[in-house]
Design a protein around this ligand. Structure first.
Ligand SMILES: [Zn+2]
Length: 140
């Protein structure tokens, strides 16, 4: 039984690995300017706040936090702490959808837009994350 849990855990990481790799590639340059990272709840959390000292306009970013597979990128450690539950819900979604999340998420936003609704707020991945429905407990 323990092997099944281990295999399922590995499969979740492998399934989401292409998305995680994209997240790591996107955030890699930030480490040259002092961004920090740590492992929390099975995800790599990256705080960009060190950019403040490099005159990078963090306020210009269109997000406070964003998730790519098992990489959560936020403007600061405070935002990582504040949004952890929401972003962990997105991690669970990546574990379920894998690379198809990159199609499903924009499609869900487009669907809302076509229905004259707000594409971000109405996106059902965001609705799930806000309601914590996709934040199921992980198997040990
Ligand atoms: Zn979200």
């Amino acid at each position: 039984m323990r092997r099944v849990h281990l295999a399922a855990g590995i499969a979740r990481y492998v399934w989401a690995a292409p998305c995680t790799a994209i997240g790591l590639c996107l955030v890699a340059p930030a480490f040259l300017f002092g961004a920090t990272a740590r492992l929390v709840d099975g995800a790599i959390e990256v705080a960009l706040s060190a950019f403040k000292s490099s005159n990078f306009p963090l306020g210009a970013l269109p997000f406070n936090a964003i998730t790519f597979g098992h990489v959560v990128i936020a403007t600061s450690q405070t935002e990582l702490d504040r949004l952890r539950g929401h972003e962990q819900a997105h991690v669970r979604q990546y574990e379920r959808w894998g690379v198809f999340f990159f199609v499903a998420y924009p499609a869900a936003s487009l669907w809302q837009l076509l229905r004259c609704r707000r594409p971000y707020i109405g996106n059902w991945f965001e609705v799930q994350a806000r309601e914590g429905r996709s934040n199921e407990p992980r198997e040990a």
